[in-house]
Design a protein around this ligand. Structure first.
Ligand SMILES: Cc1ncc(COP(=O)(O)O)c(C=O)c1O
Length: 392
């Protein structure tokens, strides 16, 4: 028996490529802006998580250059040992203050933040309760832990209560996305927190798509709902509004100290490069000092969700700059993706396992820096492509 046999016999990629329906690893040769270049062709990008457009913000780029000049390219070691800089500690304080928690710890990616924090918090007899639409990194964190996990129906508080009631005797952690990454709807946090308190569970909020986007100052889901102290722990990633890569967990000092010392994806992995520390720190300043960016992001969001509605396209439950166009069939998704690419629009196809089978969609998302003219072109392309394929 050859362990590599399955790889040699798998032809799925070649088959998709031959049928012209392979839309992965597309090679861009430009910055991740509202327009990108793909094989020399200009395309409007509506597949990016660069919500505030900060990847090319002059202050952010300048901070990155300064950090490289001062600290070089990397720390060549774990935070735990030789790779800890004072700017890491400063960033953690800034992040904690931003999401209004006592303390924070940073990780090299958002994925690693979920993996490390969940796996070290959840013990053999503990239970994790997940929304069925939670991000894959949350599920993988549960798989790495010694505990058990169960799912409740998406954003359904009655179903959550059913699980909480059934599992009354266990130590419980409820983990949810603040903004669900594929559907773009917002967790019903006030009701969820109320249930958690009633049944003695703790709440872990993954605010990857909410930071910089939700709340008057962009502080995330808790601010959106006007909650001072809703979740016990807030997780965030730097790969979306914060224009870098990395992640963090914020919460009570003692819990963060536990994660710092037992979160294996932090201890056994090299520290966040100084350039990214500087980028994220500057993005936090820009978010607070340039609220106009968030206003423009929401204007663009409103324009697009109204535009899709007018075209008769199904945008599911979206309430945020993540707006799915739900087609419920992988081939329909691929056909639209190609038709849109032909019209100069870059959009992401989403099929199972990223969404449940039968929920296949195009995930569109918007930036503060998209112009009205670009968004009009996107709507025209959608209308044209959907008519051509008989979807409207
Ligand atoms: C909800 C959610 N959590 C966690 C992550 C992982 O973050 P990163 O890509 O920064 O590692 C993502 C990224 O796609 C996400 O959407």
């Amino acid at each position: 028996m050859d362990i590599l046999k399955k790889c040699f016999e798998f032809n799925g990629v070649e088959e998709l490529k031959a049928s012209g329906t392979y839309f992965y690893f597309r090679e861009l040769d430009s910055a991740q802006g509202p327009e990108v270049s793909l094989n020399g062709q200009r395309m409007i990008m509506i597949g990016s998580n660069n919500y505030l457009g900060l990847t090319t913000h002059p202050r952010v780029k300048e901070a990155a250059v300064r950090a490289i000049e001062k600290y070089g390219s990397a720390c060549a070691g774990s935070r735990f040992l030789n790779g800890n800089l004072s700017i890491h500690e400063e960033l953690e304080e800034k992040l904690a203050a931003f999401v209004r928690k006592e303390a924070a710890v940073v990780f090299a990616t958002g994925y690693q933040a979920n993996l490390g924090a969940i796996s070290c918090l959840v013990d053999r007899h503990d239970l994790v309760i997940l929304d069925q639409y939670d991000h894959a990194s949350i599920i993988d964190g549960c798989r790495l832990s010694f505990g058990r996990y169960v799912k409740f129906r998406h954003n359904d508080m009655n179903d959550l209560e059913r699980v909480l009631r059934q599992e009354a005797d266990r130590s419980k952690l409820i983990i949810v996305d603040g903004v669900f990454s594929m559907e773009g709807d917002i967790v019903r946090l006030p009701e969820l927190v109320e249930l958690a308190r009633r049944y003695g569970a703790r709440v872990f909020l993954d605010d990857a798509h909410a930071i910089g986007v939700l709340g008057a100052e962009g502080r995330g889901t808790e601010e959106h709902f006007g909650m001072d102290d809703g979740a016990d722990l807030v997780m965030g990633t730097f790969s979306k509004s914060l224009a870098g890569i990395g992640g963090f967990i914020a919460g009570p000092k003692k819990v963060i100290s536990w994660i710092r010392h037992f979160g294996r994806s932090q201890i056994f992995s090299a520290s966040l490069p100084p350039v990214l520390v500087a980028v994220v720190s500057t993005c936090l300043d820009v978010i607070l000092e340039e609220p106009d960016l968030r206003r423009r992001l929401w204007e663009n969001t409103q324009k697009m969700s109204q535009g899709f509605e007018k075209l008769g396209l199904d945008t599911g439950m979206s309430e945020t700059p993540v707006i799915p166009v739900v087609l419920k069939d992988p081939m329909k998704v691929y056909r639209m993706c190609q038709a849109l690419a032909d019209r100069g629009v870059f959009v992401n196809p989403v099929i199972s396992p990223a969404v449940p089978p039968g929920r296949e969609l195009l995930r569109t998302s918007y930036m503060a820096t998209h112009t009205t003219e670009q968004l009009n072109r996107v709507l025209e392309a959608f209308e044209d492509a959907a008519r051509e394929n008989g979807f409207i």
